[in-house]
Design a protein around this ligand. Structure first.
Ligand SMILES: NC(=O)c1ccc[n+]([C@@H]2O[C@H](COP(=O)([O-])OP(=O)(O)OC[C@H]3O[C@@H](n4cnc5c(N)ncnc54)[C@H](O)[C@@H]3O)[C@@H](O)[C@H]2O)c1
Length: 380
């Protein structure tokens, strides 16, 4: 194995046997607390865990066509062998299906299959399925139990944790939604083996973001192990998913409804969202966030909070992860207008997540629009 495994691997396995290893993070939200279980080969155990949680009878899998072809059978068998009567509802893959129209069709199919109030919905797929099936679970019969079974890196480290569920409306992303916590999250890292490289990098942007805002030790680990991520080394992937999930859980526990601290997770996203919008989503989310993080680090430096060596370190790690750091050829006026439209600008000051050092972020309303523009122009 390349690189070095730091003591983060001290997270001890919590279960042995057929599974190579399984580790977990608990999201502590009082009566809405739940486990995020991370390991290789977990899908097949789902039925046993659901039974342990007191479920029996019917279960509904909501998934997309691609993921169904890859992992639908494994999950289905895991449930059926534990005695569940499984219905699988399929949606075409793609953000455009994260809509009220698809949700409407799913409600109809749930009623047709006689899904009841205690019939769990298992969201098997990436963030699109997690958000869509989560929203359906939150609203069908005023809420049915939701199990997140994320299969992209982004979904395993980010979207499956924290209870944000939503559908889009036209060009407006996530405008119709609900906070609805899952009862369990199962991140089977074996599913990452079939992920296209672009999707792996997309997820790595959120992993790097989490380390940059909260944990320098983990950031070092990433720096040393990015080669192992590309080689899909199981121990490294498991560690990365676990640690990023732990960071997200810790922030969500302190600010479940996104009223303050949770905005730290938006590091790199203020500029990132503007780039996505202005490029008409030709620039992918992870790439946009990567460029946004580089710019935010440079703004932090210009505002005197971050050492230049750390700006260079962050930029290097982002590049090593196969993500861009340079500004694309887009109209600066439109980028600024998109940030204003995002309501992050008040009296020419922009709300930004900045860094004090790698591993420590803070929120400010004091970044001037002129400085943001200066940094972005310098980054072209
Ligand atoms: N709820 C939240 O807190 C939150 C946070 C971040 C992002 N999101 C949402 O997540 C969505 C993006 O999620 P995403 O990046 O996972 O995209 P996605 O769900 O569209 O998945 C990307 C593609 O990968 C395919 N795929 C999924 N798993 C696979 C696997 N194991 N092997 C091969 N192919 C696989 C899918 O079919 C799809 O074509 C957006 O809608 C975004 O708004 C939500």
């Amino acid at each position: 194995m390349q690189g070095v495994l730091l003591p983060a691997l001290l997270h001890p396995p919590t279960s042995k046997g057929k599974i190579a290893s399984m580790k977990k993070v608990k999201v502590e939200l009082g009566s809405n607390s739940y486990d995020v279980r991370v390991g290789a080969g977990l899908l097949a155990r789902m039925g046993i865990w659901l039974k342990e949680m007191g479920f029996s009878g019917k279960a509904t899998i909501i998934t997309d066509t691609t993921v169904k072809g890859l992992y639908g059978d494994t999950l289905n068998q895991g449930l059926t062998s534990a005695g569940f009567n499984v219905t699988t509802l399929e949606v075409p893959a793609g953000e455009e299906y994260k809509s009220l129209e698809t949700a409407g069709r799913l409600y109809h199919e749930l009623t047709s299959s006689y899904a009841e109030r205690n019939t769990p919905v298992l969201a098997l797929g990436g963030g699109v399925i997690g958000d869509l099936a989560g929203f359906v679970a939150a609203t069908y019969m005023r809420g049915v139990p939701l199990i997140q079974v994320p299969t992209t890196l982004l979904a395993q480290v980010d979207s499956s944790i924290g209870g944000k569920t939503a559908v889009d409306s036209g060009q407006l992303k996530n405008v119709i939604g609900a906070f609805y916590q899952p009862r369990l999250v199962i991140a089977d890292i074996n599913t990452l083996k079939t992920l296209p490289e672009a999707e792996l990098s997309n997820g790595m942007a959120e992993v790097i973001k989490s380390a940059a805002i909260r944990n320098k030790h983990f950031f070092h680990f990433l720096d040393l192990n990015l080669g192992n991520v590309r080689l899909l080394n199981a121990a490294v992937l498991e560690e990365i998913v676990l640690e990023t999930a732990r960071i997200k859980a810790e922030i969500v526990e302190k600010d479940e409804k996104d009223l303050g601290l949770r905005s730290l997770l938006n590091f790199g996203h203020t500029i990132g969202h503007a780039l996505e919008t202005v490029s008409k989503f030709q620039i992918k989310h992870g790439q946009a966030v990567a460029i946004g993080m580089t710019a935010a680090a440079r703004i932090s430096h210009k505002m005197g909070t971050l050492d230049e060596r750390e700006v260079i370190w962050l930029t290097d790690v982002i590049k090593k992860a196969g993500l861009p750091t340079e500004m694309p050829d887009l109209n600066m006026g439109e980028i600024i207008a998109a940030m204003k439209h995002d309501k992050k600008v008040v009296q020419d000051k922009v709300r930004f997540v900045l860094l004090k050092s790698i591993g420590e972020a803070f929120i400010t309303d004091e970044a001037s629009l002129a400085l943001v523009e200066e940094v972005l122009v310098g980054q072209e």
